[in-house]
Design a protein around this ligand. Structure first.
Ligand SMILES: NC(=O)CC(=O)C(=O)O
Length: 312
């Protein structure tokens, strides 16, 4: 695997070393998720094929696309992701990536591992090989009368930030609620990410208030492209999903978005926009190293911090 786990030593602020393209089409597959896993697998495969036919080189699926976002379905649909043979989702994503020679950020599915469950995203390269696995670090424990959800009742939090070198750039991965932790995105920027991808599934109230705001904030603050990909609103289950998958440029400009129905968002990504934005606003040179020195220490301690959050 070529995942650059940000907690391991890796070349800070370096450019991606792989030969890669810096201008390409991204596709965000805002999928309808049903209670039938086989149907979801078929629908996802068809959508990925359709997106590849439209010329996209990077395909993204939403958070929890094999099952509805509910505890009952997480347990029913969980898969072991370490062996291709034991995971239908792994097998399908790997096959589509290799047959279409594309990179796939495979949304997330419930992963069963060592007697625990994780909310996990797999990234595949154009050779169909698994390039990285990211388990959601910040679990969505949310207390709103009538809309509370305690994700930590089902899942254990991941403890490793994930930056992966692909043929479409260096990509930082977060899952949904991970977007609310600006330190994670800052860490990815620091590690040279060109793009941050968050498969997500915001609910109706958080979605309306915060989905677009958080996406734009992470893009503008870090001067990187940010993509968020959700299931569509009509997905089954008790949790009603906001939808509105979108991609935002480092300037804060929305490059592509959809409403709440099932749809594929196709948009052009050009990493020259990252460079331009950093020339226009050379924020990194203006950063007051002395005043914010504590951040370096915090970033180094990030994995421990995330662990302690999930334990409390
Ligand atoms: N799935 C989630 O993490 C949901 C979330 O973050 C939200 O705001 O809704």
């Amino acid at each position: 695997m070529e995942s650059t786990a940000a907690s391991k030593p890796s070349p800070a602020k370096s450019e991606c070393l792989l030969p890669r393209i810096s201008q390409f089409k991204i596709a965000l597959c805002q999928l309808l998720v049903t209670t039938d896993k086989d149907i979801n697998l078929d629908r996802a495969r068809n959508m990925l094929e359709e997106a590849a036919n439209k010329g996209a080189k990077l395909l993204v699926l939403p958070e929890m696309w094999v099952c509805p976002y509910s505890h009952e379905h997480f347990t029913k649909c969980a898969e072991e992701l370490d062996k291709e043979e034991s995971s239908q989702a792994f097998h399908m994503l790997s096959k589509v990536a290799s047959s279409r020679k594309i990179t796939i950020v495979g949304g997330s599915i419930p992963e069963r591992k060592n007697g625990r469950m994780y909310n996990t995203c797999c990234v595949f390269g154009p050779d169909g090989k698994l390039k990285a696995k990211h388990s959601k670090m910040h679990l969505f424990d949310y207390y709103e009368p009538g809309a509370s959800f305690k994700e930590s009742d089902s899942f254990t939090a991941g403890d490793t930030p994930t930056v992966v070198d692909t043929d479409v750039g260096r990509i930082g991965i977060g899952i949904c609620h991970d977007i609310r932790f600006p330190e994670l995105a800052m860490l990815y920027r620091e590690k040279g990410a060109d793009l941050i991808v968050y498969p997500g599934a915001f609910n109706m109230s958080t979605g309306k208030m915060l989905w677009e705001l958080e996406t734009k904030a992470r893009a503008i603050d870090n001067q990187v492209f940010v993509a968020v990909c959700s299931p569509c609103r009509d997905s089954a289950g008790s949790y009603t999903i906001w939808g509105h998958s979108m991609i935002v440029a480092p300037s804060g400009e929305t490059k592509g978005r959809t409403e709440h129905e099932e749809n594929i968002v196709i948009a052009d990504v050009d990493y020259a926009e990252n460079r331009l934005q950093r020339e226009l606003f050379p924020k990194l040179n203006q950063h007051m190293e002395d005043l914010f020195k504590f951040l370096d220490t915090e970033q180094l301690k990030f994995a421990n911090y995330a662990k302690s959050c999930s334990a409390s």
